[in-house]
Design a protein around this ligand. Structure first.
Ligand code: SF4
Length: 409
């Protein structure tokens, strides 16, 4: 099956007056249709920066390098299962974009162009347009063999071209490099329409001058769906219809989270990025939200779940990527990782769970402005040797990974 998202060498730097923050370094990941990939790690390890880099939402002082190809028309061959790690009998159905998906701008409550929205510190236009890209890639469209790949575009013709590829021109596999996209392209064809985002802080991301119902109906209309589905979509997200009559500032944190979830689901995007979607929710709503994300995957969409909640990841994820100090240190099938972690940091995270050893990892993560040349976990690792002065790599990025014999049964 074609990957829906292929990230290669993603590197993000924030340039401060007297330092450079190495937020994400040489990150490689793939996500297939029907796969729920959980990205886990301590706060500040770069998880949310990854999401914002994919959507072009980083601040002006960020530079982004690497590639992130989003496949516009993946090969939905059901014989090629998505994650390949789901239990038998739970194979996801192939995702088919609804015919109603129009060309209109996905004017969701999260990505609206209203003046109030534009003043948001997270999504302000000045910050968006200042995002740095490799200049040589600008305004270039590539054809690679039989596959149509759009490397970078911000013209009306390019937007049309992406839509034609999305509708099947050139056959399966046409893709767009998100990191090379201009803001016009991201706003008109990517955000909300092909990638939905449940943001980490919905209360500050929602357009505050519109009631929830208006935000949701406008979003549904923008995606060519019946606005009368608002109540149904809200209910899917666990939000009561009566709460749609409130302004975002009248909602509790949990309600705002559920409204943001409903807005992200409204366009039925093939890829959903959920950035800590369960924060601020009580246990029943956590379960409800996780089940909702799992159901989206079982319907054929893909979900990138960013969370520090390992129990949530264990409950719903097909695959897990563990991040530490801006790097992926372990990326494996969820069942394998939770049963037998290979990286000492993954083991430390699991041992910190209340239902395991409930023992925190000693020490603190390194400053991202002063990372060591070798393994960034060395100062906290009980297996460190001289070899760890060089950077480890591989699916388990460790010079001395745990063996199955070292993992308690
Ligand atoms: S590379 Fe060395 S320091 Fe890093 S996690 Fe592995 S054993 Fe520990």
């Amino acid at each position: 099956m074609t990957n829906l998202l292929t990230i290669s060498g993603l590197t993000v730097r924030f340039h401060l007056r007297d330092a450079v923050v190495r937020a994400v370094t040489d990150l490689n990941l793939t996500v297939r249709p029907g796969e729920l990939l959980a990205v886990v790690g301590e706060s500040g390890c770069g998880k949310s920066v990854l999401a914002h880099a994919l959507l072009g939402l980083l601040p002006a002082n960020a530079t982004v390098t690497g590639e992130a190809h989003l496949t516009l028309n993946p090969d939905n061959n059901p014989d090629n299962t998505a994650a390949g790690t789901r239990p038998a009998g739970t194979r996801p159905a192939p995702y088919t974009r609804p015919a109603s998906h129009g060309r209109s701008f996905a004017r969701s409550g999260l990505f609206a162009r209203s003046r109030s929205f534009a003043r948001s510190p997270l999504f302000s236009r000045s910050r968006l347009f200042a995002r740095s890209r490799p200049s040589a890639a600008v305004d270039r469209i590539d054809h690679v063999d039989d596959v149509h790949r759009v490397d970078c575009m911000d013209r009306v013709d390019d937007v049309h071209r992406v839509d034609r590829i999305d509708q099947g021109e050139g056959g399966p596999g046409g893709c767009v490099d998100l990191l090379a996209c201009g803001e016009k392209m991201l706003a008109s064809t990517i955000r909300g329409r092909r990638i939905g985002l449940i943001p980490q802080s919905p209360a500050t991301s929602l357009t505050v001058v519109r009631r929830g119902r208006r935000l949701l109906t406008e979003t549904l209309k923008a995606h060519g769906r019946d606005p009368r589905l608002a109540d149904q979509v809200a209910e899917q997200a666990g939000l009561d219809s009566v709460d749609l009559e409130r302004y975002p500032f009248e909602l509790s944190g949990g309600m705002a989270q559920r409204l943001a979830t409903a807005l992200a689901l409204a366009g039925e995007p093939p890829l959903l990025i959920a950035d800590e979607p369960t924060s601020g929710l009580d246990r029943p709503l956590v379960d409800h939200t996780l089940d909702l994300l799992r159901r989206r995957c079982d319907e054929g969409a893909a979900v990138l779940l960013i969370t520090h909640d390992l129990a949530a990841a264990e409950r719903v994820a097909d695959t897990v990527a563990v991040m530490y100090a801006g790097r992926i240190v372990e990326h494996r099938a969820a069942g394998e990782l939770f049963r037998a972690p290979g990286h000492p940091y993954s083991r430390g995270l699991l041992n910190a769970l209340p239902d395991r050893e409930f023992r925190a990892i000693a020490g603190h993560p390194p400053m991202l402005t002063a990372l060591p040349e070798g393994c960034a976990f060395a100062a906290r690792c009980d297996r460190v040797t001289n070899a760890c002065a060089s950077q480890p790599s591989g699916p388990v990025a460790c010079h001395h990974p745990l063996t199955s014999a070292e993992v308690p049964a």
